[in-house]
Design a protein around this ligand. Structure first.
Ligand code: BG6
Length: 484
């Protein structure tokens, strides 16, 4: 693998995603010696930039100084090509740049020489298809392995997503396409498979007989801040629930795959998604944040890029049902919101009450996987209150990564995912049938909300969400607040 002649083209190289995520991730892999020995990275964007400006952009989010030796070595494998996204001649120039860089890396042209071209589209979806067409007609090299990396949003609803999949599918084979959902690259999300299938004690209770409900929660302490234009078109359900939270749900709910091969994993995820019923409006709570009472934090509609009469939800709670033998009757609650009281992403599996009455039911056991900010896994466990007391107390069996794995750097999701692309591993990428199912689950709800112009409940910036968030989860999902 390390010998493969590798060219990575980053489209949208002057944009935000490339600056904040793609280049820092590539640099991290380079520092760790994980890029193949012969790799070149070509940035492509519309902005005319001198080398100095390009370097300033791509290194802006590196955690080391721009003149540090490893940055200098990294920049030596980076170049920049300026071009439009719909001009054939510009893409032909890109192809020449790729050919030149392969020659410079010592391309021999022998039949056994392995070459990979990776096209990373750090671009808005409006240009996915036109860039895809240009790549296919003017850059694509059928004599090597080609990989196309794209990022959500993949469409707006079931029909538009199918249309996009059809257009991309007409250009590239499914095994050439890597749809990023960056939650699949997060340490604790990748850990779910190991937790569930490498330990003897989880799988036996992983079903409706023992589990009361599952809560998947995403909270951010900031509002749209500058992204109002994008956000208002999508809303919280399309922004994080239909993709990130549903992906997590599918891994928590799926059966054990036949093997760790990517298609076996993706088959199992798709299988469980197929059994999820479309979400009902009555199982949904919507909110939109307003300014703080003191006025120090703005409301959603105070954002200049948001229409003053917007009814887009910035908070949502939905109850989902997986209609199979393992999960029938277990509510899965997704909660997501912007401008809340904290930054947190957790998966909380709440078990049923203990059936015997030897001890009073103090509180329920819960297995909590904290994805961020501090990775941890803990089990809320009842113990005898230490000391002379005979009372019970709620405690935790706690695996906090920052304590247990102090010396290990947990990589950014993008570094993990780009490494997977380099290795040709699709396990942590979304297959087109999974995407289709995800839209099938959410589209009727989204259309109904839009058609009926459902007005979200207000909540104050920095609060826990609209009034009734806890009651909603406990009434709809039988969630019992746990004693801590
Ligand atoms: C993105 C959403 O996909 O995920 C953002 O578009 C959100 O709105 C982000 O802030 C959250 O990602 P992370 O990795 O910061 O949890």
């Amino acid at each position: 693998r390390h010998d493969v002649l590798t060219t990575i083209v980053v489209f949208g190289a002057s944009g935000d995603l490339a600056k904040k995520k793609t280049y820092p991730a590539l640099f991290h892999l380079f520092q760790q010696g994980l890029l193949p020995k012969r790799t070149r990275i070509i940035g492509y964007a519309r902005t005319q930039m001198e080398r100095e400006k390009f370097v300033g952009r791509v290194t802006a989010f590196f955690k080391v100084a721009v003149d540090a030796p490893e940055v200098v070595r990294f920049l030596a494998i980076c170049e920049y090509v300026c071009g439009q996204y719909d001009v054939a001649g510009d893409f032909q120039r890109l192809r020449s740049a790729i050919d030149d860089s392969e020659l410079a890396m010592g391309k021999g042209g022998g039949p056994s020489e392995e070459r990979v071209h990776i096209y990373y589209l750090a671009l808005p979806p409006s240009v996915f298809v036109s860039v895809g067409e240009q790549i296919k007609h003017n850059v694509y090299d059928g004599t090597c392995t080609n990989r196309i990396v794209i990022e959500k949003p993949f469409g707006h609803d079931l029909d538009s997503s199918r249309e996009l999949s059809r257009a991309i599918g007409a250009l590239f084979a499914e095994d050439e396409i890597y749809r990023i959902d960056h939650y699949l690259g997060k340490e604790m999300v990748k850990n779910i498979l190991a937790l569930r299938f490498a330990n003897v004690f989880y799988e036996v209770v992983w079903n409706r007989h023992f589990i009361s409900n599952v809560q998947i929660t995403f909270k951010e302490p900031f509002g749209t801040e500058g992204r109002g234009g994008y956000f208002d078109e999508f809303g919280i359900i399309r922004d994080v629930m239909q993709n990130h939270l549903l992906q997590v749900l599918s891994i928590v709910a799926m059966r054990q795959p036949e093997s760790l091969r990517s298609e076996d994993i993706r088959d199992r995820k798709t299988e469980v998604l197929r059994r999820i019923l479309p979400i009902q409006l009555e199982d949904t709570l919507l909110g939109q944040y307003v300014a703080t009472r003191t006025g120090d934090k703005p409301g959603y509609k105070d954002d200049d890029t948001v229409p003053k009469d917007s009814t887009t939800a910035t908070y949502a709670q939905c109850v989902l049902h997986v209609d199979n033998d393992r999960w029938r009757g277990v509510p899965w609650v997704m909660k997501a919101g912007k401008a809340l009281d904290e930054a947190k992403m957790t998966i909380r599996i709440q078990f049923k009450d203990m059936p015997n009455a030897l001890f009073p039911n103090l509180a329920r056991n819960e297995l909590v996987i904290q994805v961020s900010p501090k990775e941890s896994v803990y089990i809320k466990t009842i113990v005898k209150e230490p000391g002379l007391s005979t009372n019970l107390a709620m405690s935790e069996l706690d695996l906090s990564y920052h304590k247990r794995y102090q010396d290990i750097h947990i990589p950014d999701a993008y570094a993990t995912l780009i490494l997977d692309v380099l290795n040709g591993d699709h396990s942590n990428f979304v297959r087109s049938d999974e995407l289709d199912e995800a839209w099938r689950i959410f589209t009727p709800l989204l259309h109904q909300i839009e058609k009926e112009k459902v007005v979200p409940l207000p909540y104050e910036y920095g609060s826990r969400g609209p009034k009734g968030v806890d009651e909603f989860a406990s009434e709809r999902a039988g969630y019992k607040l746990s004693a801590r």
